[in-house]
Design a protein around this ligand. Structure first.
Ligand code: TRP
Length: 332
């Protein structure tokens, strides 16, 4: 039997190239060899958007479109909408007894987010405990492997602790997942900042048109020390070359541009034009798949409905086992 993989995203707007490089491209490959579940984590997104539910709900279809555009095949990957899986909520309640308040507040990712969001003394309890609900996500689908970047490692650790505690207390019931560390680096922004992100407005969206891509690439930061095209330029950390490495499949073109750039024999414009072509070539099939699905909203609904149905069947069975292990499967 294929191992089961679970990944998840909080719905919050459009997907960009950073998402593609960091996880979507990987998922497109993983769906060939694993039984892959992709969770649209709308309940988790609500923990810090409870006062702006539309931001979350409006982004759900956007995620489905983005997945399919990127090459996720709903026949191979099961796309599950978290809020429609009641077992996750029930499991969360049981798991909360197995975790101390101090433990959730010590989670480094949660700590950093609390800081970043400026909650001050008013940390929503739901936010602080979202790692416990994430443990419910992971165990509800009996996932063996969770592909993660660094920031998600504390969630897997928390899940493993809960699983071990549960199994010790109530008998072997839950599957202990393992992190599958992603080898994909974080993509820097068009402005050279550490990360491409919607809030920094420094990204290229998977849904951007050819014109938008051209314009954004032309506006990219390059080597700040290079004033004229005849000045020798630097490649390392230079966003246009980072992107060439990531998106231009023509390696000899990239090597040629690098060599000429170092010698001051190529201008930024040529480097950028070639980059824009490479990115547009990569995005073109995505645009087509997106347009196809956008024309057919019934199909989006069907993808969600099928995923929910499959997700409920699996997670209800886990919940049944959990209740049995805890002795709360009363028969009246
Ligand atoms: N916490 C993840 C993020 O912020 C999203 C997520 C929710 C998730 N549930 C998950 C990831 C389960 C992996 C497994 O990106």
């Amino acid at each position: 039997m294929k191992k089961r993989i679970l990944t998840g995203d909080r719905p919050s707007g459009k997907l960009h190239l950073g998402h593609y490089v960091g996880s979507l491209a990987n998922r497109v490959k993983l769906q060939e060899d694993y039984d892959q579940y992709i969770l649209i984590a709308d309940v988790q997104a609500l923990t810090d958007n409870y006062d702006n539910t539309e931001k979350v709900t409006n982004s759900v279809k956007e995620l489905v479109l983005g997945y399919v555009a990127a090459g996720i095949d709903p026949e191979k990957s099961t796309i599950v909408l978290q809020s429609q899986i009641p077992a996750i909520a029930e499991l969360t309640v049981f798991y909360l007894n197995l975790v101390s308040l101090n433990r959730v507040l010590r989670n480094p990712t949660v700590k950093a987010e609390i800081e970043e969001k400026g909650f001050g003394d008013s940390i929503p309890a739901g936010f602080a405990m979202y790692p416990v609900s994430q443990a419910a996500d992971i165990t509800a689908f009996e996932a063996n492997l969770i592909p993660v970047g660094d920031d998600q490692l504390p969630m897997i650790e928390q899940t493993r602790e809960i699983v071990r505690k549960f199994n010790n207390l109530y008998g072997d019931t839950l599957i202990e997942p393992e992190a599958k560390i992603s080898e994909f680096p974080r993509l820097i922004g068009l402005d050279g900042k550490a990360k491409m992100s919607k809030s920094l407005n420094n990204g290229i969206y998977l849904s951007d048109s050819v014109e938008e891509v051209n314009k954004k690439v032309m506006s990219m930061y390059t080597d700040p020390t290079r004033l004229k095209p005849t000045d020798p330029g630097h490649i390392e950390g230079n966003p246009v070359f980072v992107y060439h490495e990531a998106f231009n499949p023509d390696k000899s073109e990239v090597e040629d541009l690098k060599a000429r750039y170092r010698k001051g024999k190529v201008g930024d414009v040529e480097v950028k034009q070639k980059l824009a072509i490479a990115i547009n070539n990569m995005l073109e099939p995505m645009r087509q798949r997106r347009a196809e699905l956008e024309k057919n909203p019934e199909k989006i609904n069907l993808i969600l409905k099928n995923g929910i149905e499959k997700g409920r069947a699996v997670s209800d069975e886990v919940l049944r086992k959990v209740k049995h292990a805890m002795g709360i499967d009363y028969k009246f």
